[in-house]
Design a protein around this ligand. Structure first.
Ligand code: HEC
Length: 147
């Protein structure tokens, strides 16, 4: 009776842990950011039962993906401003400098959930004409943290 109650709980704990810590072997996320990424993971799981953790590979694909904007009729990508190399300084469309997006070069990257959410919203809409999904955001952060 007791064991039956504990087992699902233990499995749930193992399930959650396996998504969070193991992925970030390189630079480590702070607690606030880890919480945000954990939220992305549970959201991703609820919309996609086959979700098996974030992928740096998919994050890299999103970073390099290029798309024609439906109204502006121009090619847009994360690399338009952040350059093809995340360790290099970027530029906004009006020429303002953007510090490299790689946390290996700019340690403040991915330390503030508010900032991260704000810019995901803005930039995903600018490039993809929609918000990024929680899975895409988690993949993107996983890619950046792997650099
Ligand atoms: C039109 C220019 C532009 C494009 C295109 C762009 N960004 Fe950015 N991004 C910025 C600017 C400006 C900032 C804020 C300045 C800074 O952080 O140095 C920023 C910051 C960010 C941050 C905040 C990171 C942190 O913790 O400091 C994230 C996340 C981000 N961008 C994701 C993306 C993604 C994902 C894409 C592609 C879908 C993208 N950006 C495309 C201009 C752009």
């Amino acid at each position: 009776m007791k064991i039956k109650g504990i087992l699902p709980l233990a499995l749930a704990v193992i399930f959650v842990l396996s998504f969070s810590s193991a992925l970030y072997a390189g630079t480590k996320l702070n607690d606030k950011m880890q919480q945000l990424v954990d939220t992305y993971a549970s959201e991703a799981r609820s919309t996609n039962p086959g979700f098996s953790g974030f992928s740096a590979e998919d994050g890299k694909r999103l970073y390099n993906l290029s798309r024609i904007h439906s109204k502006k009729n121009e090619s847009r990508s994360c690399t338009t401003c952040h350059t093809k190399d995340p360790s290099r300084e970027g530029r906004t469309k009006v020429g303002k400098k953007i510090a490299p997006v790689s946390p290996a070069v700019t340690p403040e990257r991915f330390t503030d959930p508010k900032k991260v959410n704000k810019w995901f919203r803005r930039n995903c809409k600018w490039v993809l004409e929609r918000e990024c999904t929680p899975e895409e955001k988690g993949d993107y952060i996983t890619f950046m943290m792997s650099l």
